[in-house]
Design a protein around this ligand. Structure first.
Ligand code: ADP
Ligand code: MG
Ligand code: MG
Length: 976
């Protein structure tokens, strides 16, 4: 069943002209009305309809909240509707709200569509006042054994002081600590250890103190009118939607700001009536392992939040079996009912009032990433859900989390662990993983040390683009400033590198190469530190790291119980030119390999299903044979982007310098000739690793000056040499070239196809190297599938020139080698003009690959390296972006160009192959977008390949389900 109704708002009255219905009795709702009734209200209704013991009540809709927030006042009809539902409730319960001799009490509970811990808390015991508190005590004593009066008195005054406390804090805005302090004073005066030691008299006195606090702090009396209490509480829930905490939480969790919250009014049941009463929470399964069992906590003689507030020690739920066996049995049976009904792990709040069990809340419970996979397959095996459903129950973010190496929990678990590896800071978990290395405080050292085989952690106050080398070289990055969107965080996530940022307790002194942690701990360059990017914790020393078993599985180092054949995209609709996958499990591990545990088996099954249903193929961005091989083990179906500039670094830099300095055609040709065999070998390695699968090779892209020495360094060198009167001819020429090629905005300057068009022979050399490598691979019996990609094209004319040249080279190599080489020639679409003229560009292209990084930069007109540190944080805070457009594709802007270019390109050339090679290719939301836009494949970093496979499967299912829902709606219209 669907979670929301895509066609209507969910309010059945929407279709008619009758005014909106703002209040629903619990018996009128159901779990699919979360948009309207909020999660809590929808599930209270669902449990009511299942016949479970839910205290009667009603829900005020999110629409009422939205109307209130828009108009600054309750909609006129709301009061009457609330009155009518209250009257019904009173009739059901046989007493009136706040009735003096026998008060009906209610709780007023907030409940948005998504559970939001930042929202207003619930107010319990609404309806109590100075007079009805005595009525409550008398009713509680009635029928109780002798001596019950004292306990009943205590209960009534306890309930009253709770009301004033909660109402004062959440409705009247009084500082909650004032009440807490008053309770502590009362306990101190009495020498009481525990709130249960306060008797009726003490609590009655406390009520007076609380009322005085309200008078003083809120400037008004605590309201005695029960209805006024209720109305004020309802309004406070509405207002809490826009409270600071709630807004902050929504921003973090990407929850839209305009949903509003529902309000639940629920008749009270009392867990604080004595030792035969109590309150508890439970899970139908262990949210950490997924295993079925009895998980939860119980607290006797307590109300509401006491159980999680830690005021007294709770007992494990299993002990309820001895305290109240009848309620325990009933609870277990209800838990089973709920699991079978929701077909998922549920969490539960319940209260026992004098031996009678009441259900106060349930919802599909949060769980760890590992449990998500395990539970999904457990439910399949129980016959509760099918594999499609199982696939929707997990996501790429969870899979990614399971793939990071982690610190050995045993080493950190007990105090002994933390003492051996003291935690010295707790920053922001910016990019997951566990990294251990020697502290270094600048990029230069990071690079130098890592070259000599050291593992290092780069520690900075904050990073900037100049630190990129160091970040690449480091195992992990630690900063003392900046949040989840700081340069360090964003870049590290992009690289899949562990990062803890904003560890503000650390005083980082980069000049003296050390930092100071609380307690005077000083860490110097070279000291070992361990950082946990999943928790944000920083440890001194080397915490042992264990590899993720899920990665071990993808690497083929874990044996599955039975190696099931892998279903793959061949099973789905054929994708132009993309052949079958090789998933991790295709690697056949030896018999001595460890056998998969439940988690790995669950991941394996769900991945197989994703592969079977997905339409998008997944390739990897890989520049080396080693990366390519790994990507293939992870299930990549080819290379979507090989950046050849990475092959021009290192020792080859000199050859590139010669190319740039070349004086005339001959020198240039010689420099190119020297590069060609090196490139050819690079490509052969890739073809071997990706035999039978497409390999997209991008011709040289970055600005030439990136291959040249730093202008300042070089100037100094030249000046010094001149001062010594021994000028270096080569350096001088180099300096001239550097000056010539210096650009104000190099990213918008001489790069990509422009470079290819002004440096004669450069692209031809690269194409030749590709073709020769392919020919050699064929001779070795391989099946190379080369695709040559021209970057930064803005107009078809550029492409035509390069294409002509490339075809000539290919013809030559064919003639020379006698091999029938198929080499596709295509282009990147990464400039707005290319996207806008895609129909023309397709005339000269066999394929498009959307370079969404550059496209995002050029569409928005900002450069990623510059803006993330300067104004992105402000933009994210102001809500201009929900998320950085470099992380998740901007559907409305960049996405619109992608759709348009895809459509126009295919109009020109129906068999045009479409892919994406920007970093968005591994981002879950973006993968869904690319699926919807009809692309053939996404390409991402090898490590993200499994994530993209999973999300591509989920995208295909989502599309299928949406189509089914539309079909259903259409059917309803025609039959109506
Ligand atoms: P939250 O969303 O913070 O869990 P709830 O509305 O669920 O807030 O309520 C807070 C606590 O009060 C929970 O422990 C809940 O079980 C309890 N509670 C809420 N309504 C009632 C009620 N009518 N009778 C008894 N306990 C209640
Ligand atoms: Mg709750
Ligand atoms: Mg680009």
């Amino acid at each position: 069943m669907l979670d929301s109704h895509p066609i209507t708002s969910g309010n059945p009255k929407d279709q008619t002209n009758t005014p909106l219905k703002f209040v629903y009795d619990f018996s009128e709702g159901n779990k699919d009305l979360k948009d309207l009734l909020g999660g809590k209200g929808a599930n209270l209704a669902e449990m009511t309809n299942l016949g479970l013991p839910v205290p009667p009540g009603f829900t005020i809709t999110t629409e009422a909240c939205r109307a209130y927030l828009a108009d600054g006042a309750e909609p006129p009809s709301l009061r009457d509707e609330v009155s009518a539902h209250l009257a019904t409730l009173e009739a059901t319960m046989g007493r009136r709200l706040g009735q003096e001799d026998d008060p009906l009490l209610v709780s007023v509970r907030s409940g948005a569509k998504f559970s939001m811990p930042g929202m207003m808390d619930t107010v319990l015991n609404i309806g109590l006042g100075d007079r009805s508190v005595r009525g409550l005590a008398r009713r509680a004593a009635a029928g109780q054994p002798a001596g019950g009066e004292a306990a009943a008195e205590r209960f009534a005054w306890d309930s009253y002081r709770r009301l004033i406390q909660m109402f004062g804090r959440t409705v009247l805005g009084v500082d909650g600590e004032l009440f807490e302090d008053a309770i502590d004073d009362a306990k101190l005066a009495k020498g009481a250890a525990d709130d249960l030691d306060l008797d009726a008299e003490d609590l009655r006195a406390l009520v007076e103190v609380f009322k005085e606090i309200v008078r003083r702090e809120a400037g008004r009396e605590f309201p005695q009118d029960p209805r006024e209490q209720m109305d004020l509480a309802i309004r406070a829930v509405f207002d809490s939607w826009n409270g600071d905490r709630a807004r902050l939480y929504r921003r973090q969790e990407r929850i839209p700001g305009d949903l509003g919250t529902a309000v639940n009014v629920c008749s009270m049941v009392f867990g604080n009536l004595g030792p035969d009463s109590g309150t508890g929470v439970a899970f139908t399964r262990d949210p950490a392992s997924g295993h079925q069992g009895v998980y939860g906590d119980y607290l006797a003689n307590a109300q509401g939040e006491d159980v999680v507030a830690g005021i007294r020690n709770t007992v494990p739920l299993a002990e309820l079996e001895h305290i109240d066996p009848a309620s325990y049995d009933q609870l277990l049976s209800i838990m089973e009912t709920l699991e079978n009904h929701y077909r998922d792990l549920c969490d539960i709040e319940f209260t026992i009032e004098r031996g009678k069990l009441w259900m106060l809340q349930t919802r599909v419970g949060k769980r760890t990433a590992g449990a998500a996979f395990r539970i999904a397959t457990q439910l399949v095996d129980q016959g509760l859900i099918d594999m499609d459903e199982a696939l929707t129950r997990v996501n790429g973010a969870q899979l990614a989390q399971l793939m990071f190496p982690r610190f050995d929990l045993a080493a950190l678990a007990e105090h002994g662990g933390e003492a051996k590896h003291p935690r010295i800071a707790w920053g922001i978990a910016a990019s997951p993983g566990a990294a251990v290395g020697k502290a270094v405080f600048d990029s230069y050292t990071a690079v130098k040390w890592s070259r000599s085989g050291e593992k290092v952690i780069l520690i900075r106050r904050e990073t900037n683009p100049d630190d990129l080398d160091g970040m690449i070289a480091a195992e992990g990055i630690l900063t003392s400033r900046g949040g989840k969107t700081s340069h360090a965080a964003v870049v590290a996530r992009g690289m899949g590198k562990t990062c803890v940022c904003g560890a503000e307790e650390l005083e980082v002194d980069t000049k003296r190469r050390r930092f100071t942690a609380p307690g005077g701990i000083v860490v110097e360059e070279g000291d070992l530190v361990s950082i946990d990017g999943s928790t944000g914790k920083v440890y001194l020393g080397r915490v042992p790291v264990v590899a993720s078993p899920v990665v071990e599985y993808f690497e083929g180092r874990i044996r599955l119980p039975e190696q099931t054949p892998v279903a793959g995209p061949e099973a789905g609709p054929a994708t132009a030119g993309v052949t079958g996958p090789t998933t991790g499990s295709a690697v056949d591990p030896g018999a001595d390999q460890p056998v998969a545990d439940e988690l790995v088996t669950a991941v394996h099954r769900i991945m197989n299903h994703a592969d079977a249903v997905r339409r998008l193929a997944v390739r990897a961005n890989a520049d080396t044979a080693e990366d390519a091989a790994r990507a293939r083990r992870f299930g990549a179906q080819g290379i979507g982007l090989c950046r050849t500039e990475h092959m021009f670094l290192g020792e080859r830099r000199e050859l590139v310098e010669q190319l740039i300095l070349a004086d005339g055609d001959e020198e240039r040709a010689a420099a190119l000739e020297a590069l060609r065999p090196l490139q050819r070998e690079d490509f052969r390695g890739l073809f071997r690793a990706m035999d039978g699968l497409p390999v997209t090779i991008r011709l040289l892209d970055p600005p030439l000056h990136e291959f040249l020495p730093d202008i300042t360094d070089l100037s100094v060198r030249v000046a010094l040499a001149e001062a010594r009167r021994e000028p270096q001819e080569n350096d001088l020429r180099l300096l001239q070239a550097v000056h010539r090629l210096h650009e104000q905005n190099p990213m918008l300057g001489l790069r990509g196809v422009r470079l290819g068009l002004v440096v004669p022979g450069l692209f031809a050399m690269q194409v030749r190297a590709v073709a020769e490598a392919a020919a050699e691979h064929v001779r070795e019996g391989g099946r190379p599938r080369a695709e040559v990609m021209i970057p930064l094209v803005g107009t078809v004319q550029e492409l035509e020139i390069v294409r002509e040249e490339a075809e000539a080279v290919l013809a030559e190599v064919r003639a020379a080698t006698g091999e029938e080489l198929e080499v596709a020639l295509g282009t990147m679409i990464e400039l707005p003009r290319a996207a806008l003229t895609a129909g023309q560009i397709a005339e000269a292209a066999d394929f498009f690959s959307f370079g969404t990084n550059d496209l995002t930069q050029t569409v928005w007109g900002f450069s990623r390296d510059d803006v993330e540190a300067s104004f992105f944080t402000a933009y994210l805070e102001k809500g201009i972006f929900g998320v950085s457009p470099f992380e998740t594709i901007d559907r409305d802007g960049v996405g619109a160009l992608v759709r348009r270019a895809a459509r126009d390109g295919r109009a020109t050339r129906p068999d045009l192959k479409l892919g994406v090679c920007g970093e968005h290719g591994g981002d879950p939301d973006s993968v869904h977008f690319f699926h919807e836009a009809g692309l053939d494949y996404v390409s991402c970093s090898p490590f993200r390949v499994p994530v993209a496979r999973l999300e591509a499967g989920r995208a295909a299912l989502a599309e299928r389900r949406a189509a089914a829902a539309v079909g259903l709606a259409a059917e309803r219209v025609t039959t109506a």
